[in-house]
Design a protein around this ligand. Structure first.
Ligand SMILES: Cc1cc2nc3c(=O)[nH]c(=O)nc-3n(C[C@H](O)[C@H](O)[C@H](O)COP(=O)(O)OP(=O)(O)OC[C@H]3O[C@@H](n4cnc5c(N)ncnc54)[C@H](O)[C@@H]3O)c2cc1C
Length: 430
């Protein structure tokens, strides 16, 4: 029997009636872009490992570049929960676009509602308000795109050491020197939101040691066309090929004081007090997990466009496999929605541990669902003409992303399960 009609497309949040009107509207906006534009184009970025410029034109036209820009600066003023739902819907159609878009959105989110939640002096807040207005105007008025290169190939991106990229304070600004690896949007962004260490030495006082600790982290928007900025290396990875995450180098690049995306010292405070800021990558993988499930249902029902109408749903083994996929998908969604609900400044320890567990589970489950999807759909489903093998490759990349790789989530969670703040084994043993 041929299926009578395709089943309705499930909502990324499960039950949309619990969402706010803005959440429903923006997820729908992302779904239309995804279905009509991003999904059909995704194979091309993947094949070419090229950047999805057309998708960014569409995101710009849809107003989504300003999703987390505060309303008073002309943006959509979305909160954390709203953004992650939109990110997941985008990830459902094109993982690479959703992942690199996250780097842009985080730049506006960190300078926006996350900075708002931090302690600042009145002068700092006024200064931040003045400076972020310039950045937000670039996004809203000129359609500029920001990226977020922070990986350096050392311990800094894991949150365990000061950034190797340095910023020396000079008259009217900073001089930035360093290297960032795996910088998504390299060669595509207009501004690179670089995490670096503000050197303790100054041009007038140089005692030979640059110094600077993690507290001296500085978050600067470096214009892509500034003198001393270079993009190098190739990008030919297994998955997420459309992120074009090449190497960026900064050779004594001058940026003005207005390049600050956060006041000096604020990044350290935010990283300590707002852990959800590091959990914005997993929504992309929630979307990938949903896409792998959607594909499997359509494939087993014989409804994948361009494929012969062969039914496979009648086999009990397939039904059990798809049930397992659905169970893992719903577990993943429950954790995803919990993360969305719980984002706030200074979460308690249990909420922080739930966050690690949820981020870890979304990343790992996405890959597990994709693997089961390929096994269940069979050999023809892994042909490059179909999206499943791309979803599988993209999904494998999730748990490699610093600062919260699967390993580092386990590390943090294991330690925090067994130790309370300030506890040390030496003290117990002596
Ligand atoms: C598709 C894609 C896009 C990316 N885009 C960006 C981007 O836009 N911006 C950006 O900054 N980065 C980006 N990254 C980089 C990513 O966040 C990681 O930095 C990168 O994958 C790390 O690779 P590595 O081999 O250098 O890791 P390593 O530093 O060699 O670490 C390898 C593993 O060891 C573990 N580990 C690392 N440090 C520690 C530690 N101190 N203690 C215990 N365990 C540790 C971690 O589990 C880690 O996965 C991207 C990565 C991918 C795959």
């Amino acid at each position: 029997m041929i299926p009578a009609a395709a089943p309705p497309v499930p909502h990324i949040a499960g039950n949309p009636s619990v969402l706010t009107a803005q959440q429903r509207e923006l997820v729908e906006r992302a779904a239309i872009l995804g279905r009509e534009k991003f999904g059909p184009r995704a194979a091309r970025w993947d094949r070419e490992a090229s950047f999805p410029f057309e998708n960014y034109d569409d995101l710009r036209a849809a107003g989504l570049l300003g999703i987390c820009v505060p309303k008073e600066h002309g943006g959509l003023g979305a909160d954390f929960a709203t953004y992650v739902m939109v990110a997941a819907e985008l990830g459902r159609h094109c993982g690479s676009t959703a992942l690199s878009f996250n780097m842009h959105v985080c730049s506006t989110m960190w300078a926006g509602f996350i900075a708002d939640a931090m302690d600042m002096s009145r002068e700092q807040r006024q200064d931040h308000e003045r400076i972020r207005a310039l950045h937000f105007a670039r996004v809203m008025g000129e359609g500029k795109v920001y990226s977020q290169p922070f990986s350096e190939g050392g311990a800094a991106a894991a949150g365990k050491a000061p950034w190797g990229t340095r910023a020396l304070k000079v008259e009217g600004g900073y001089r930035v020197t360093g290297k960032k690896i795996f910088a998504s949007l390299s060669g595509a962004a207009d501004y690179y939101g670089v995490l670096c260490t503000r050197e303790r030495r100054t041009v007038d006082r140089n005692d030979g040691s640059a110094g600077g600790t993690m507290r001296d982290s500085l978050y600067l928007a470096v214009p892509a066309d500034a003198a001393g900025v270079a993009v190098s290396g190739d990008w030919d990875p297994m998955g997420m090929r459309g992120t074009v995450s090449r190497t960026l180098t900064f050779e004594d690049v001058f940026v003005p004081d207005e390049a600050r995306l956060m006041p000096e010292g604020l990044y350290f405070q935010a990283a300590s007090r707002y852990p959800h800021m590091f959990a914005t990558l997993s929504p992309t993988y929630m979307g990938i997990a949903q896409a792998a499930y959607d594909f499997t249902v359509a494939y087993l029902r014989g409804e994948v466009p361009g494929m012969p109408r062969v039914l496979r749903r009648q086999y009990p083994t397939k039904q059990i496999a798809v049930a397992q996929m659905r169970i893992t998908l719903e577990q993943t969604r429950a954790l995803f929605l919990q993360t969305a609900r719980e984002a706030r400044v200074d979460p308690d320890k249990d909420a922080r541990m739930r966050l690690y567990a949820s981020h870890y589970s979304i990343m790992e489950n996405a890959n597990a669902i994709c693997a089961l999807a390929i096994r269940t759909c069979g050999g023809q489903s892994m042909l490059k003409s179909l999206p499943l093998e791309r979803l599988y490759r993209d999904s494998r990349c999730g748990s490699l992303m610093l600062p919260w790789t699967a390993e580092l989530c386990l590390d943090r969670l294991g330690r925090e399960c067994l130790y309370e703040a300030g506890e040390r084994d030496e003290a117990i043993e002596s």
